[in-house]
Design a protein around this ligand. Structure first.
Ligand code: TXA
Ligand code: MG
Length: 320
């Protein structure tokens, strides 16, 4: 449905009644439900086919809304003032009655995000309650950056998709754990580390190496190794394209064998990492559907959004 005034009102109505709505945000499309309603959250886990221990992000329209959902620590307040609305999620101690335990997977902390996207903003204000929204894909599939991606994965399993065009950031939000004294990066994402470190005036701790190996409840279970998974095998940092492979390139790179690639996409011919992030999931999907035997990916720089892109590509290549 079009994301006009009628679409936004319909989305809010469905949310309040406990239904599931796919919404555009600037990072990726989210599959939204009422974060205070455990039945709605349960149906969302079912629609996604997501393991139940995975906690969800509570989306609110502004900092005041965030303060009703969690206790913002001094570092969280500073980062919220600087970067919200935007592609940053802050994990803080939960105000337990403000979201249902199922949405938090039983944790005493809550992940909060204030999206920039004007459709997401309008729906959140109209719904008037925190909205839980994981990426709007089946668990283990690539995150959607267009309404058509959502339909390809979830049509028939959800009540509505609001079409707000392509997500401009293209990778999920950066997640920071702000429950302790020093913020820790749990997931690199759409807000680059450098911007956060500059705001904090200190370096951030490294992201958890790989939560899939952890014995305990993972800090950010979205970090499970094969979370971002195309159907085809993926080879990273290739120096040549093998027969039958599709090529995902960057900055015009054409390694030997490119001439015979089954399909080629260049994340950013001009070498712009912001453009590359915005194209990432779209191009992975296109190459996945190209009839190739595997996807070969050239090396990308690690600066700025390159860290988040490298993280998603490493997961796409993880054995499964
Ligand atoms: O950009 C985004 O963040 C998108 C859009 C829709 O907002 N949402 C998104 O949600 O990526 P999801 O569910 O795919 O990823 C949320 C991540 C998961 O890795 C989850 O484990 C982590 O946030 N998370 C949620 N609550 C947490 C908590 N209390 N402590 C640590 N990690 C948490
Ligand atoms: Mg996800």
């Amino acid at each position: 449905m079009e994301a006009d005034a009628a679409g936004i009102a319909e989305a809010a109505r469905i949310l309040v009644e406990g239904g599931l709505v796919a919404l555009p945000t600037e990072t990726v499309y989210g599959l939204a439900c009422d974060a205070t309603d455990p039945r709605a959250v349960a149906s969302l886990y079912t629609a996604k086919g997501r393991p139940h221990f995975n906690p969800l992000i509570a989306h609110v329209p502004d900092v005041a809304g965030a303060r009703r959902v969690g206790r913002l620590t001094p570092a969280a307040e500073l980062l919220a003032a600087r970067f919200w609305p935007g592609p940053l999620t802050l994990v803080v101690p939960a105000i337990e009655e403000a979201t249902c335990a199922l949405a938090r997977a039983g944790l005493a902390s809550v992940a909060i995000r204030v999206p920039t996207h004007k459709v997401a903003q309008a729906v959140l204000r109209a719904a008037g309650r925190p909205v839980a929204a994981p990426s709007a894909n089946r668990s283990g599939h690539v995150s959607p950056t267009r309404a058509s991606h959502v339909l390809a994965d979830l049509d028939g399993r959800i009540d509505l998709v609001l079409d707000g065009g392509a997500s401009t950031v293209g990778v999920e939000s950066t997640i920071l754990d702000c429950t302790g004294e020093v913020p820790v990066m749990l997931r690199p994402g759409g807000l680059p580390r450098e911007a956060i470190e500059e705001a904090l005036g200190a370096p951030l701790a490294a992201p958890v190496a790989d939560a899939a190996d952890a014995e305990a409840v993972p800090l950010a279970p979205g970090m499970l190794a094969s979370h971002y998974a195309p159907a085809l095998p993926v080879r990273l940092r290739v120096a040549e394209v093998r027969p039958g492979e599709a090529l995902l390139s960057f900055a015009g790179a054409r390694p030997p064998g490119s001439e015979t690639a089954r399909a080629v996409r260049d994340l950013s011919p001009t070498g712009d990492l912001v453009e590359a992030a915005a194209n990432l999931f779209d191009y992975l999907r296109a190459l996945d559907a190209s009839g190739a035997g595997a996807i070969a990916i050239v090396p990308l720089p690690r600066r700025g959004l390159g860290e988040a892109i490298a993280d998603r590509l490493r997961r796409a290549a993880a054995p499964r």
